[in-house]
Write a protein that binds this ligand. Structure first.
Ligand code: NAI
Ligand code: MG
Length: 340
């Protein structure tokens, strides 16, 4: 098994170090190769994502990413040039974001107990409003025009919906909620709704429901217990998963996978959070999101027992927290001992 590691910038490097510590403890001997990408490289060399690096990454079984970005880099350079390019070039069409209220943690919602929130968002990762389709005219003048188009293909929508149903089939509650805005976005929404109804027929033992995205944003705060698997488009999923992270104890715990289920290209696993320049270099970032990303990676690569071990160790770690400030390396050490 060969894993490429893009630790990136800021706390990305700090949390990935702990993820790798845990990986080595739970499954010794995995070959990891570090790749230098992100704001630091951009400033040093002007390069964002050379083709030669892309070709090398493609040879790996998976990619572990920390976070890239810094306020000193113009917006979009790394997001479009590196993160989105990886997702698109490697056709990572399932953006998987599990949300769980872990034992020992408390979210901002009163009355919700650990264990009660346990859902996963399957966000479409290669289409929608994120393809860069659009353009502009008369920039900087009062006549300026800007368009940003949402691209949705039957192929792209169908494969991500089918993936969501397959995931629901492996979970206890066996329910898929499709989220869109079919009442207003009738073109894309119509395609999503028809495809959802057709794929659902292949999975008669899985319950289905549909919600508009604005209603889903509300229910995610008032009644997140109701969800099992949510499938939605790229932009809606981006926004909903930040709400999901917020109601389940914060961004320091939220892991994600950008998955190519066909395995034609490597999938990428990363914490949902960014490089957190405000706390970088202080050794106080929570590495749990990065550690749980390692668990998602192992699950994807066919090591479910090791993935469960990491999740159980994280549950123990979180149950033992007392509200004291955490130390990044100490969390990694404790979890490593628990999984070894
Ligand atoms: P951010 O997620 O880096 O930070 C938001 C807030 O959460 C900050 O107050 C930060 O200290 C805190 N936080 C984040 N992760 C934490 C952790 N593990 N433990 C404790 N606290 C944590 O988002 P922000 O500030 O909007 O972006 C910072 C940079 O990261 C930007 O350059 C942005 O473009 C980039 N970014 C990169 C991502 C990626 O590589 N996938 C994702 C999101 C942002
Ligand atoms: Mg986001």
């Amino acid at each position: 098994m060969r894993i490429a590691v893009v630790a990136g910038d800021g706390i990305g490097t700090e949390v990935v170090a702990e993820g790798l510590k845990v990986l080595d403890a739970v499954l010794p001997g995995v070959e990891t190769t570090a790749y230098d990408l992100g704001a630091a490289r951009y400033h040093r060399t002007g390069e964002v994502f050379p083709d030669s690096v892309r070709d090398e990454l493609a040879q790996h079984d998976a990619i572990l990413l920390g976070a890239v970005g810094d306020p000193s880099v113009p917006p979009g350079v790394l997001e479009r040039g590196l993160l989105l390019k990886l997702r698109f070039d490697f056709d990572q069409y399932v953006n998987l974001r599990p949300s769980r209220l872990w034992p020992g943690t408390s979210g901002p919602l009163g009355g919700v107990k650990p264990g009660e929130i346990d859902f996963v968002v399957v966000r479409e990762g290669t289409e929608g409003l994120y393809t860069g389709a659009g353009g502009g005219l008369h920039r900087g003048t009062p006549a300026e025009i800007a368009t940003e188009e949402s691209l949705n293909t039957r192929h792209g929508v169908e494969r991500v919906i089918r993936d969501a149903f397959a995931r629901a089939g492996k979970r206890a509650r066996r329910k898929v909620t499709m989220v869109h805005k079919t009442n207003v976005l009738t073109h894309a929404g119509g395609l999503w709704a028809r495809t959802f109804a057709e794929v659902a027929k292949e999975f008669p033992d899985i319950a289905t429901e549909y919600q508009h995205v604005d209603a889903a944003a509300m229910f995610m705060v008032t009644n997140p217990q109701r969800y099992d698997v949510i499938v939605t488009d790229n932009l809606f999923g981006d926004i909903l998963t930040d709400i999901a992270a917020a109601v389940t104890g914060g961004i320091g715990l939220a892991a994600s996978g950008c998955i190519n289920p066909t395995r034609a290209f490597p999938s990428m696993f990363e914490p949902v959070h960014g490089s957190a320049p405000d706390i970088a270099g202080q050794g106080k970032a929570d590495p749990v999101a990065a550690i749980l990303s390692v668990a998602l990676c192992l699950e994807h690569l066919g090591h479910p027992d090791e993935a469960r071990k990491i999740e159980e160790a994280v549950a123990t770690e979180l149950s033992g927290r007392t509200g004291e400030p955490i130390r990044t390396a100490e969390v990694g050490d404790r979890v490593s001992v628990l999984v070894a």
